[in-house]
Design a protein around this ligand. Structure first.
Ligand code: G6P
Length: 627
């Protein structure tokens, strides 16, 4: 985790660094710091807490004679999130920022102590500065010292280093954690960061460092080296389609709310990206059919993912089984990678990850590649590590997601898996003709597509769904705890609804398959507990209603989400939140796309009422690049 920025050039250095760090704050936000080349020295400023804390310390900083610097926003792994452990770290003339983990840091630390030095911080990162320092003491030149030191560290890391005697030079190395560079198209100069977002203000052409790459950056340009051999290499520059204006809140109080409301659009964009301009015509082919052919050739698919993406993959499993008739598992990447999974002859492993950087998901895909298994990914980030490691990358088209709690990327992942499942449809297990389903998804309803049209009505502030939701939220906000329950497609949604609430409102919440509630958690039910039941009129409806009877008998408060006009459900609930459509208007398999945003908003509203930091909840980070 952690976000790194580096810059050399004529812009106001502190402004570039702080603006860049704010774009990366989703990666970690427990402390931050910058180091800036001034006339003849490097000035380091650090602070615990959000970037705003550090920013106040930088205010009034004399900008004259500055020509580059590095910055860091941290998600603590080694050592508490305080000012001392914040990056940049300094040893002699060497100053650096680091993202990732140096696994052999203890050995380096022993050498540091042996030589009579005392590290200032508890971090593994500072050890790299010692390595470079020791190397230079032996007479090695700076860039070469960074290279040699880099070859000595183990673990996934990216590090950006500067030296007080070489103003205007920053050196980035990558092994695992992402690092991307671009040239300032307007004023000249070079910027480097953990992802493309900080670079979008200066360029739309970037190069992604490969593992084992070094980037030597000066205001004149970038030179790439292969760290192992020290030889010069070329790296291609790719055009980035995201624009900087998608990084603003656009008048919404929080990114999360903006991103929830963007879902009608991201569904259309993802649909268009997946099946191209022929999206109205059926039967359809996907823009990229290679992966589809690979799945058709496979006899089993294992989806691997973490967090919210795992919930999307659980839905993917249901759709793959129902429409494609293919044996599909949905696995937690952190478990899969340390099990002894039995792979079939024609197994295909698919990573689902919005960031494309999650360490556990990436590790599974790397392991599978080594074993010769075909790999695929559904992700939101082109150029991400996962996208580059797999045989068949598929991209949602959600634009940057800044809120740490994933919303539009979740529905984007769901949609990509839904489209694939429909494209794959191949016989026996199929219960619906693909044509009719895709028709429901893409058919035009007045000016918009069918599904986004329904979603806009769900999200309409003055509409029945939102009015009922607000009343429910006001009433249950102080509940002692929450259970979310559902069956079939609504089970992964229940898991996701509970996760959202935990993530941003810090309230205890659990998602349960409705049929499982009686096997334990029912003991906890009482009036101070709220049960949110997801019960649209689908094939599981009657069973869910029976489970709800059991809940009602125990006196818990009930918030029910179902089809408008469902009087049976409404009568059982303290609050009934209607989906504004009739049962026959949309196939049940598409209802998750309407239900997920309602559950996101349920969590959002409770968090706002509780006054938590919705976009940057405590202890979390959006891109989890450590195990
Ligand atoms: C973190 C984020 C979650 C996300 C999970 C997996 O925990 O806070 O929102 O679901 O990582 O991330 P990925 O990028 O692989 O989807």
């Amino acid at each position: 985790m952690c976000g790194i920025i580096g810059y050399v050039g004529d812009r106001k250095v502190t402004e570039v660094l702080i603006k860049g760090l704010k774009r990366l704050e989703y990666r970690g936000y427990d402390s931050s710091g910058i180091a800036v080349f001034t006339n003849d020295r490097i000035e380091v400023t650090k602070a615990a807490g959000k970037i705003a804390e550090m920013e106040t310390r930088v205010a009034g900083f004399d900008m004259a004679g500055t020509h580059g610097g590095i910055g860091h926003t941290r998600w603590a792994t080694h050592g508490a999130p305080n000012t001392t452990n914040a990056h940049p770290h300094r040893v002699g003339d060497i100053v650096l920022v680091h993202n990732g983990i140096i696994e052999n840091f203890r050995e380096i630390q022993e050498e540091v102590f042996r030589r009579g030095f005392k590290p200032q911080s508890e971090t593994d990162s500072e050890m790299f500065a010692f390595l470079v320092h020791f190397e230079m003491e032996r007479g090695t030149e700076f860039v070469e010292a960074v290279r040699k030191s880099f070859l000595k560290v183990q673990g996934a890391s990216s590090i950006v280093v500067m030296h007080e005697k070489f103003p205007g030079l920053i050196v980035g190395v990558r092994n695992g954690s992402p690092l991307v560079v671009g040239c300032d198209g307007e004023l000249g100069g070079v910027a480097m960061a953990s992802d493309v977002q900080p670079l979008l203000d200066y360029t739309d052409r970037v190069a992604f460092l490969e593992n084992g790459d070094m980037a030597i950056c000066t205001a004149k340009g970038i030179e790439f080296l292969d760290a192992a051999s020290g030889r010069r290499i070329e790296r291609p520059f790719a055009k980035i389609e995201w624009s900087a204006d998608r990084l603003d809140k656009n008048g919404y109080p929080h990114y999360m709310l903006k991103e929830i409301h963007e879902q009608s659009r991201t569904i259309i964009d993802t649909l268009a990206a997946a099946i191209g301009p022929s999206s109205g015509s059926l039967p359809f082919e996907m823009v990229n059919e290679d992966g589809i052919r690979a799945i058709i050739d496979a006899d089993r698919v294992s989806m691997v993912a973490c967090g919210t993406s795992w919930h999307a993959s659980l839905l993917g499993k249901y759709w793959f089984e129902r429409f494609a008739g293919i044996s599909t598992d949905s696995e937690l990447a952190s478990e899969f990678r340390y099990r002894s999974p039995v792979l079939s002859k024609r197994h295909l492993v698919m990573g689902v990850s919005q960031s494309g950087e999650t360490a556990d998901t990436l590790a599974v895909l790397q392991q599978m590649k080594e074993r010769g298994v075909e790999t695929m990914a559904v992700t939101n980030v082109k150029g991400s590590s996962i996208a580059r490691v797999v045989d068949y990358p598929y991209f949602m088209c959600c634009g940057p997601e800044i809120g740490v709690a994933s919303t539009k990327a979740f529905t984007g992942q769901m949609l990509m898996l839904y489209i694939m499942a429909n494209r794959l449809q191949r016989g026996a297990a199929m219960s619906d003709p693909t044509g009719a389903l895709m028709d429901a998804l893409v058919k035009r309803h007045r000016q918009t597509y069918e599904l986004p049209h329904h979603l806009s009505r769900v999200l309409d502030d003055g509409g029945a769904t939102m009015c009922a939701l607000e009343k429910a939220v006001q009433d249950v906000q102080h509940s002692k705890g929450f259970f979310f329950m559902g069956r079939g497609y609504s089970w992964p949604l229940a898991l996701e609804g509970a996760l959202k609430l935990k993530e941003i409102a810090y309230v205890h919440a659990e998602g349960y398959a409705a049929g499982e509630l009686k096997h334990g958690p029912i003991a906890m039910l009482e009036p101070a507990i709220t049960v949110v039941v997801v019960a649209p009129r689908d094939q599981w409806y009657e069973k869910t209603i029976s489970n709800l009877q059991e809940v009602k008998a125990r006196g818990a408060r009930i918030v029910a989400l179902g089809h408008a006009g469902d009087e049976k459900l409404a009568a059982m609930a303290d609050h009934f939140v209607p989906l504004p459509l009739a049962e026959e208007q949309l196939d049940e398999s598409l209802l998750p796309f309407l239900i997920a945003p309602v559950l996101q908003l349920f969590a959002y509203r409770i968090a706002v009422l509780k006054g938590t930091d919705v976009d940057q909840p405590r202890n979390l980070a959006k891109s989890v690049t450590v195990e």
